[in-house]
Design a protein around this ligand. Sequence first.
Ligand SMILES: NC(=O)c1ccc[n+]([C@@H]2O[C@H](COP(=O)([O-])OP(=O)(O)OC[C@H]3O[C@@H](n4cnc5c(N)ncnc54)[C@H](O)[C@@H]3O)[C@@H](O)[C@H]2O)c1
Ligand SMILES: N[C@H](C(=O)O)[C@H](O)COP(=O)(O)O
Length: 338
Amino acid sequence: MGAPLLLSMGDPAGIGPEITLKAWAALRHDPEFAFAVMATPRVIERANESYDHNLIEIEDCDEAIDAFREGLPILPIEGRVPEPGEPDPDHALATTESIERAVSRCLSGKADGLVTNPISKNVLYKAGFKFPGHTEYLGQLTERHKAPYTRGPVMMLSGGGLRVGLATIHLALKDAAEQLSSEKILRNARVMNGALKCDFGIAKPRLSLTGLNPHAGENGALGREEIDIINPAARALRAEGINATNAQPADTLFHAEAREDYDAVLAMYHDQGLIPVKTLDFHGGVNITLGLPIVRTSPDHGTAFGIAGQNSARADSLIAAIRSAREIANNRKAFLNG
Ligand SMILES: NC(=O)c1ccc[n+]([C@@H]2O[C@H](COP(=O)([O-])OP(=O)(O)OC[C@H]3O[C@@H](n4cnc5c(N)ncnc54)[C@H](O)[C@@H]3O)[C@@H](O)[C@H]2O)c1
Ligand SMILES: N[C@H](C(=O)O)[C@H](O)COP(=O)(O)O
C-alpha cells in the first residue's frame, strides 16, 4: 500500500465538497483509493448536512489510510464558508492554499497524487490569479523538481475510450490558431509519448495529430497550418523515433474504428479535443496533467455553481479521477523502479 491521495478543496461555493463526500462514501471500503481532502472543515461539514457522514480531522497524510474506512479524512486549512452557488474572489486564498499544500505533500512523498476539485477560473482571475488554470499553476509549483519524463505540463482528457492531449489550452480560438507552432506540437507530443510509456504502461505509443483546419487544410486550399506547422513537427517526431501521424482530419478521427489506430490524439485546441471526450463520457471523463513531478488528475467538469448545494451533483467523474490517479501512481512507480 502506498501513500494516500490528496484532494484539493476547489471553489468552496462549487460542487467540490458535495462530490468529495459522495466519492468517499463510494470508495470508503477500498483502502487502495484512500484519500484526504485539504479543505476548510466547515465547508465540508456544511455540505455533509445532507449526508451525515463521519468526518475526521487529521494532522498529516499518514493518518489518512487508517481513518479512511471510518470517515472522510480532512487536513484542515483556514477559510471562509460561502453559500453554495455564491462564488466570491474572497475565497480564492483558501482555494489556492489548498492546492499549494497538497502539492507540497505530493512532492515530499507523503501523498501519491493530487486530485483537484473544480476551481472557477474567472473567480480566481478577479482575485489576481495569474495562471490560465490548474495546469499551468501546477507546472510552476513543481518546476524545481525533476520530472519523470519530458517535462510538461500538458493537459490530456481521458474518457469514452479516448485520450486527447492539447497543443494549446485556455486561449481564445483566434489566439490558439495564431499561437500554434511546431515547437508547441513537438514539446507536447514528446511529453505525451513519455507519459503513455511511464504513466499508462504503453511500450510503443501511437500518436495521431489533428489538423487545425477543415479536412486538415484540403492540401493547402483551406489553410496552410498543416503544411507549414503540423506536418513538419510530425516529421521531426518520427525522426526521433516517436510514432506520430501527419495532420489528420479531426472530424473523422474520433469514431470507434478510427480509435483503434492510435493510443492518444494530440488536438490543436481546447474544444477540438474536449468535445469528443465529454460527449462520449461526460460523467466518466478525467482531466490528467502530464509531465509533472507529481501525479495530478481532476474531474472533467467544473464548479457547477448552478446546482451547488442541491445534492444533485454526480461524483462519477471525481471517482474516475481518483481511480485514475491511483492507477497512474502505481504505473509510474513500477516504470521508474524498472
Ligand atoms: N477541473 C476544473 O477545475 C474545471 C473544469 C471545467 C471547468 N471549470 C471551471 O468551472 C466553471 C464553470 O464551468 P462550465 O460552466 O463551463 O462547466 P461545468 O462543468 O461547471 O458545468 C457545465 C454543465 O454541466 C453540469 N455539471 C457539471 N458537473 C456536474 C456534475 N458533477 N453532476 C451533474 N451536473 C454537472 C452543470 O450543472 C452545467 O449545467 C468555469 O469557471 C470553468 O473555468 C473548472
Ligand atoms: N479545460 C479543463 C476541462 O474542461 O476539464 C478545465 O478548464 C480544467 O483546466 P485546469 O486543469 O488547467 O484547471
